[in-house]
Ligand binder design. Structure first.
Ligand SMILES: [Zn+2]
Length: 107
């Protein structure tokens, strides 16, 4: 059953779509200043992913604060800076920084 194939099973597609939707709602909540609501959306998305064994897409994972579980919205609660090839995403709520080394493939 769990062979590695080119085509993804349909539940992966559905789950990922649902996770993206939850993150979108979470970002909206951050913009409205409702951090608790945002956090609950993020937790739901993470729990769903764990349950269904689906990971976040790369870009989605970067914009989540590991420490306070908030979605990071640049210009609202996050600061994004480039240092050479490394992307620094700082959570302005708790001050933790995520460093993302970027290869040549990502612009
Ligand atoms: Zn944080």
């Amino acid at each position: 059953m769990r062979r590695r194939g080119i085509r993804k099973p349909i539940w992966v597609v559905i789950t990922r779509r649902r996770m993206s939707y939850l993150l979108k709602e979470a970002r909206e909540a951050v913009r409205e200043g409702r951090e608790d609501l945002a956090r609950s959306y993020v937790k739901k998305a993470i729990r769903l992913g764990e349950k269904m064994n689906v990971r976040f897409r790369r870009g989605e994972k970067w914009y989540l604060c590991k420490k306070c579980l908030l979605p990071l919205v640049p210009g609202v609660n996050a600061r994004v800076r480039f240092y050479g090839n490394t992307l620094h995403i700082t959570c302005l709520t708790c001050g933790s920084t995520r460093r993302v080394p970027l290869g040549r493939r990502v612009a």
